[in-house]
Ligand binder design. Structure first.
Ligand code: AMP
Ligand code: MG
Length: 411
């Protein structure tokens, strides 16, 4: 059989576009969970607040609830003298009126009496004895008061569909009395390694063999993105064995990741095996990215299938680039990514026409944040272990010089 000598390389944006065309946005499966289990999960529907927050006007400070007009013109020299008429008890309805020339003691969060429209802080008053206080500066109407519905209006969207719930979102839901939420389930992602040289992690590799790294790193990566990974094991470099195992795995999964054998060598069977799984089959083979060139993106009867390069660093780089966004899309969200700006700590070479991903370590030097490239011989996985994130060098750039401003995508 005549083999092509090289892969024709597709730019990563174009590669993603070709795959994305076939991905139906999620969420595809949902479950209901209690708020305490919801942090980090993807909200499957907009949640509206059933009621106003707060439900009544509240004091924002410890002090005295007043009718603002009773304090107008007050100064240090000529304070407004007010009679303390009582106290609003925390958690109780403030039914009584304050009345002209009077005030009531109030604590942070307590309900405002109906005729009070401001709170003067204890610090700006002086106790004159005999139930009298002196207010030394005027209070503006509304000062130190949280109005009813000022935080959230009943019926407003509290947290949007597709949000990865953060502690503050959970707090807002709790405040509104929403005790359960519908969240997206992640896709079932079957993960398979291929290669005659691979042995299980628990085995001591004999010379020529290596332990299966990718099953573990990909499982962890899929889990971190919210997917439900399934470890499908190691397959030999044998077309029939690989194709059969892929078919079996994909029948009970939503996506399939196969690492190894994704190039065009005589013993690389991933492409043909993936293409046999269903329509439309392979969409992209070869991406203009380093590391990660021998990448296969495919869809088999609606299910994404990824043929990732076996090299563990390439494998994880391509996972981040294509698999993580596909998992997020399946759940109706986007990958959670944080970027920081830094200055490149050393010159980095790159070939035009290819996007490069360089692992960097972040360090503070001379009052600036630097991204020091972590160079290892043939980009071993220890380089990724030592990295805090990656810098992308765009295809139209021929390398970057030391000191260049860069964006670091944090791991
Ligand atoms: P391949 O993509 O099959 O050409 O493999 C490229 C390199 O990655 C080779 O050195 C393989 O031994 C190595 N490799 C492939 N799969 C794995 C794996 N699951 N764990 C560790 N190394 C792997
Ligand atoms: Mg191989």
């Amino acid at each position: 059989m005549a083999l092509p000598l090289f892969l024709s390389l597709t730019p990563p944006d174009e590669a993603w576009r070709r795959l994305d065309e076939h991905l139906a946005p999620g969420p595809h499966e949902v479950e209901v969970v209690g708020l305490l289990e919801a942090c980090g999960r993807v909200l499957a529907e907009d949640v509206t607040s059933p009621n106003d927050l707060p439900g009544f006007p509240r004091s924002a400070v410890d002090g005295f609830a007043v009718r603002a007009r009773d304090t107008f013109g007050a100064t240090e020299g000529l304070p407004a003298l007010l009679t303390v008429g009582g106290e609003v008890c925390m958690g109780e309805e403030a039914r009584f009126v304050v009345g002209p020339g009077k005030c009531v003691r109030i604590a942070t969060g307590a309900m405002m009496p109906p005729d009070a429209d401001a709170v003067v802080m204890v610090e700006t008053t002086e106790d004159m004895g005999d139930g009298l206080i002196a207010v030394t500066r005027p209070a503006a109407p509304g000062e130190n008061v949280v109005g009813a519905a000022e935080d959230v209006e009943g019926g407003d969207v509290l947290v949007r569909k597709g949000t990865r719930l953060r502690p503050q979102d959970i707090g807002a839901l709790a405040a509104a009395g929403v005790s359960q939420v519908r969240v997206a389930l992640g896709p079932k992602v079957a993960i398979m390694s291929t290669g005659d040289e691979l042995v299980e992690v628990s085995c001591a590799p004999t010379p020529g063999k290596v332990r299966d790294t990718n099953s573990y790193s990909l499982y962890a990566a899929a889990l971190a993105e919210g997917a439900r990974p399934v470890a499908a094991g190691i397959m030999k470099d044998d077309y029939d064995e690989i194709a059969l195992a892929m078919r079996e795995q994909l029948s009970c999964a939503d996506m399939l990741i196969v690492s190894g054998g994704s190039s065009i060598g005589a013993r690389d069977f991933a492409r043909d095996a993936i293409d046999s799984l269903g329509r439309p089959g392979v969409l992209v083979h070869g991406v203009a990215v380093r590391p990660g060139k021998p990448t296969i993106l495919a869809v088999a009867d609606g299910k994404p299938v990824f043929g990732l390069p076996g090299h563990p660093v390439s494998c994880l780089t391509i996972f981040r680039l294509f698999v993580a966004p596909a998992i997020a899309r399946w759940m109706g969200t986007r990958p959670e990514r944080r970027d920081v700006e830094a200055r490149l700590g050393a010159n980095v070479a790159s070939v035009a026409g290819r996007e490069d991903y360089v692992g960097v370590r972040l360090v503070l030097r001379d009052g600036a944040r630097w991204a020091d490239p972590v160079f290892t011989k043939s980009a071993l996985i220890s380089g990724l272990v030592a990295s805090d994130g990656v810098v992308r060098i765009p295809a139209d750039v021929e390398g970057l010089e030391k000191g260049a401003p860069v964006t670091v995508a944090l791991f």
